[in-house]
Design a protein around this ligand. Structure first.
Ligand code: A2P
Length: 339
């Protein structure tokens, strides 16, 4: 069934009760996406729970193979196994899938899209569009204008990722552990292999044979796919930190063409989706607590690399649940309906 333009669209949110799913609902409302019927889907654990959209109560329904009949868009954020199982039913029902999981991102025929970077990757008749990994999205929004002007050769990135990236249970785990530590009590960990409160874990997703984590390899492979350049070298270290919302990243970029921090600062000031916050004398730089709830990718601490000629350092912060997930997905839907 071909996609056709309408005044309003039926939208399903798969994983509606989760950390990202809830942001998908608020983002659809805030951006006034032309929603006709909103269907909220989750597992049997939360079917029947009531959520609100634009002041209206909507009961969460159990996700089934037939949940997509009559729907135009399905925004998935319930994990890769749910996407792998249910996205095909959505496609069969003629409902476009925008998938926040890692299930399809590196599939050759499936576009991996960040609207500020590669909107043209969306085909005329899309079926499944993959939303990239949260850390990759915020990084490529900043890298794209730099790559276009200076050609990036190599990126060395270390991330400081908030617990909300691991879902609602991780937010609860950081809360209860923090209170226990402050009370001088023992902690227990379920989501993470170690205590996350007052700690940093250099371990996100599973370890692979090459010694890197899957999260780190997502940053390598997804960056190349989105920027459309397999020659870009990416050297990542991903770290979970005891922050609730927003991911921060320390990034070193080495380019073909001569580059300077000052010129990149000017360039990024006029680049889509970016806000430069860089006034060290006044202690102004991007902060996780300031980025929370905002749409932009914040960039600051722009410095020339003292050890290399054609390289700069900077700091990127963005709300991982918004630009890193829900907002990017809704922006993709907006691109499709706006064509
Ligand atoms: P549920 O509330 O029923 O568990 P988070 O990333 O915050 O952990 O959220 C995950 C989301 O994915 C939740 O909405 C969760 O629903 C949903 N989910 C997880 N497993 C399934 C499943 N098998 N079928 C449908 N929804 C699922």
């Amino acid at each position: 069934m071909a996609f056709s333009k309408k005044e309003k669209y039926n939208v399903a949110v798969v994983g509606a009760t989760g950390a990202v799913g809830r942001r998908m609902i608020t983002t659809l409302a805030e951006r006034d996406f032309p929603v006709d019927r909103l269907v909220l889907l989750a597992s049997a654990r939360s079917a029947g729970q009531v959520l609100t959209f634009k002041g209206k109560s909507i009961a969460v329904e159990l996700l089934t193979e037939s949940s997509f009949a009559g729907q135009d868009f399905a925004l998935f954020s319930a994990g890769a196994s749910v996407s792998l199982k249910y996205a095909p039913f959505s496609v069969d029902a003629g409902c476009i899938v925008i998938d926040n999981s890692s299930a399809f991102r590196m599939e050759k025929d499936i576009p991996l899209v960040v609207p500020e970077v590669n909107p043209d990757a969306i085909p005329d008749q899309p079926e499944i569009i993959a939303n990239p990994n949260c850390s990759t999205i915020q990084m490529v929004v900043a890298l794209h204008p730099i790559h276009a002007k200076y050609r990036i050769k190599r990126v060395v990135v270390s991330t400081y990722q908030s617990v909300s990236g691991s879902g609602q249970k991780a937010i609860a785990e950081l809360t209860t552990q923090s209170m226990a530590v402050l009370d001088g009590k023992d902690t227990s960990s379920e989501v993470y292999p170690h205590q996350i409160a007052f700690n940093c874990l250099p371990h996100i997703d599973v370890f692979l044979d090459n010694g890197y984590t899957k999260e780190e390899m997502k940053m390598v492979n997804e960056t190349r796919k989105i920027l459309g350049d397999d020659s870009i070298q990416v050297s990542p270290t991903t770290v979970r930190v005891p922050v609730f919302y927003s991911h921060s990243e320390s990034v070193n970029v080495e380019t073909e063409a001569p580059i300077s921090a000052e010129a990149v600062k000017k360039l990024l000031r006029h680049s889509p989706g970016i806000r430069v916050v860089d006034d060290p004398e006044r202690s102004e730089y991007p902060l996780a607590i300031d980025a929370e709830g905002k749409d932009e990718v914040f960039v600051g601490r722009l410095r020339n690399d003292l050890s290399r000629k054609k390289a700069i350092n900077f700091w990127i912060v963005s709300d991982n649940l918004r630009k890193g997930a829900a907002l990017n997905a809704v922006q993709i839907a907006e691109l499709i309906v706006g064509r």
